[in-house]
Design a binder for this molecule. Structure first.
Ligand SMILES: Cc1cc2nc3c(=O)[nH]c(=O)nc-3n(C[C@H](O)[C@H](O)[C@H](O)COP(=O)(O)OP(=O)(O)OC[C@H]3O[C@@H](n4cnc5c(N)ncnc54)[C@H](O)[C@@H]3O)c2cc1C
Length: 397
């Protein structure tokens, strides 16, 4: 067992950290204030591969394994929450489904635009009435008419859709078939009948655009199905499993940024004749943060490693996301506490980090949903005691 990054991973971490320190972090406050991404940085991400981490090399992408993607996401999260979320959604939600299930024609059509530094990708799952319970609440429907699908319905909270050349939409192609009737479909936001509503006014991650979408009899060609018709639910669960590792890494980055700000401030601020870092109550907050960030980072790397090795990783991804997002919340909360009143001011980064991290226990599955995923796996691994008590065949682990 080796807990160290290898030399290539360390080099990649150095490249992304240097880039983020120079091109992303200095603009984080402005991105939040103006609710607009810093496009110069996004364009330059193209050159180091941050926009093509999930795009195959034959299309000019860098097709990284999950450990390297986690390394990049932590560095982006450490620099700017808004930028990190949009880049995470672009790679993990926008590009990954097309890389996994797209036909050569779909990939050739969309990858060049998705990695040109002028666009970001999007995935539309959530609806006004369905978030955690997509299986029970999905309403958006595509009905086949000749060579086209006609789409009606609404999607909510969709990251990047205003910047996307194409989005992947989860919808029903057989409305009466339960989750076996769910499919994924590629839809260009410019399609007549697709209405992208104004950006949501959010508490944090303000630079990352989030929109509601209405499909009012939007027509797309029959060949826009992504992957096999009727497999949309399984595709969604698989993309969310992977996405959780990315959100976990992003959360570690946010926690790390808040931690660094808090330690710096605790060394400078004086109270009762000494630096506040010399007071035991502050040291305990610093110690707890160091401990929890370390644990969260190790869990994220473990889940990423399992996925990179082709092993089962769903439970570990849920655990890593749950742990890291809740650690980010505690660490940024205490970072504000260490700053006192100054932590409550927009002049100090911890105020923004605290607002930004709040999404991490909600997006790509709430903490409650992660606990459901973990518990389900644990019960299966332990021989399904409920089935045994009820004399049913246990669900296989
Ligand atoms: C900034 C931002 C960006 C987003 N980007 C995207 C995106 O790009 N694409 C996309 O598709 N979606 C996106 N989302 C939506 C996000 O994934 C959903 O908000 C999330 O899945 C939760 O769904 P919900 O908001 O409908 O909450 P609900 O499902 O309504 O849940 C409400 C509460 O009930 C709890 N709950 C629900 N069911 C149970 C249960 N069985 N047991 C216990 N508790 C339960 C939840 O944990 C939560 O606390 C984004 C959201 C935000 C805020």
């Amino acid at each position: 067992m080796n807990f160290e990054l290898d030399s290539d991973q360390k080099m990649w971490q150095r490249i992304v950290r240097d880039f983020c320190d120079a091109e992303v972090k200095p603009y984080a406050a402005e991105v939040d204030e103006t609710a607009t991404l810093h496009w110069e940085a996004i364009r330059r991400m193209r050159d180091i591969g941050l926009l093509s981490m999930d795009i195959p090399e034959e299309y000019g992408g860098i097709a990284l394994d999950t450990v390297n993607i986690a390394i990049a996401m932590e560095e982006l999260g450490r620099a700017c929450g808004s930028t990190a979320l949009s880049v995470a959604a672009h790679n993990g939600l926008g590009c990954a489904p097309i890389a996994r299930w797209g036909t050569p024609e779909q990939q050739a059509r969309y990858f060049p635009q998705l990695m040109d530094g002028e666009h970001l990708g999007a995935l539309a799952l959530t609806e006004p009435g369905a978030g955690s319970d997509l299986a029970g609440g999905l309403r958006t429907t595509a009905i086949r008419e000749g060579d086209e699908w006609v789409i009606t319905g609404d999607k909510a909270w969709i990251t990047n859709v205003s910047l996307a050349p194409v989005m992947t939409v989860l919808l029903k192609t057989r409305p009466d078939a339960g989750t076996s009737g769910f499919s994924m479909m590629l839809v260009e936001p410019e399609t007549p009948g697709v209405i992208v509503h104004p950006p949501e006014k959010k508490m944090g991650l303000r630079g990352s655009p989030t929109h509601m979408i209405t499909f009012d009899h939007a027509r797309v060609p029959a060949e826009n199905i992504l992957g096999e018709e009727g497999r949309g639910f399984q595709q969604t669960m698989s993309i969310l499993d992977s996405g959780r590792i990315g959100i976990g890494a992003l959360s570690v980055g946010l926690a790390q940024a808040a931690f660094e700000e808090a330690v710096k401030y605790a060394g400078e601020r004086r109270a009762f004749g000494r630096a506040i870092a010399d007071h035991q109550a502050i040291q305990w907050m610093i110690a707890d943060a160091a401990l929890e960030i370390d644990a969260a980072r190790l869990m994220v790397y473990r889940a990423a490693w399992l996925k990179s090795e082709g092993k089962s990783f769903s439970k570990q991804a849920a655990m890593a996301k749950l742990m890291a997002s809740e650690v980010a919340e505690r660490v940024s909360r205490n970072a504000i506490q260490i700053h006192g009143s100054y932590g409550y001011s927009r002049e100090f980064p911890v105020e923004r980090i605290y607002r930004d991290q709040r999404l991490m226990t909600i997006g790509e599955g709430t903490s409650e949903v992660q606990r459901m995923v973990i518990a389900r796996r644990v019960l299966q691994e332990m021989g399904d005691p409920v089935a045994q008590a009820e004399n049913r065949t246990p669900t296989p682990a």
